[in-house]
Design a protein around this ligand. Sequence first.
Ligand code: PMP
Length: 358
Amino acid sequence: MNITHRAGLENFPPYRQGKAPRAVDGLEAFKLSSNENPYPPLPSVVEAVAGAVSSINLYPEIAAEELRGAIASRWAVSPDNIALGAGSVEVASQIILAVTNPGDQVMFAWRSFEAYPLLATTAGAEPQPIPLAEDGGHDLHAMASAVTPRTRVIFLCNPNNPTGTVLSAAAVDSFISSVPADVLVVLDEAYVHFNRDADTAVGIEMFRKYPNVAVLHTFSKAYGLAGLRLGYAIAGPELVVNLQKVAVPFGVTSLAQQAGLASLLAEDELQERIDVLVTERRRVYDALLAAGLPVLASEANFLWLDSRDRTGALAALFEENALSVRVFPNEGIRITIGAPVANNRILTVARQAAALLA
Ligand code: PMP
């Protein structure tokens, strides 16, 4: 007899990883489909990880006190305000597990980070997607009026994946004051380091102002540690205690803890790389716009082509040029900003697209 599985899983889609690029004759292939950092890890980070390798016969320190202390100092909060996870996606999962009962609702803009509905469903909660506004940003008015007594947590992705749009401080402030105080508002700032819009809501400021706010940060993007899996929440101490209860024990490895500590010490060096990526984002944005493509202004390390029914034709051009990008059929294409050599190839695609669309 076969074992029985949880009902509904047969129709449940697994998380979709960005495609690896397919080589094309004579062209080096580049992966621009997962918002990864194109730079290899810093030597100081590699050294810290290497130094920890000889102890991997031992379990990591579950409380990760040193790393939580370092992150807390970075934000001038208490270590009791810091919860860690194997990537911020795991922390988002912990949050949903800690605040929802079966059947409760988890609200987020849609389209946004693809894991939100998956994590909500696996936790036994109900995803509550609210369509983005026509300009690709969150429709905060629609979100505020869609809150029900079953809404327990609201994710605001700022900058938003995949559109790159940001929310203003004033808009987020009035949104948070308008939702019931027992609903948790999570500001997911996975891409915050790439934001150059001074008017944008800042998670830590909202956290200091409102007890029902938590902030999500990751070491995967600006810090370039996607393969090691490290993210954290800044949250109230009661929530942090409960996040630790629902976390998978030992999910944050000793290597990730050391890499996180070394990265916090190397923020100036990392900043130089971030600045290059932001300059590159502007260069690619200008070229896509000049080619007549429907590109949105972005504050993240990727650009969104709002290409709708032209998505298939444009996706084919990227593929022919050995670039893998994230394609959302009939919606749009998300292109990660890579190293300059990869970005030059996006410019080639832009020129070909202009000719195709002319
Ligand atoms: N939040 C957003 C908005 C993301 O786009 C991602 C990764 N794509 C994450 C969270 C999770 O990143 P990680 O688990 O690597 O920290």
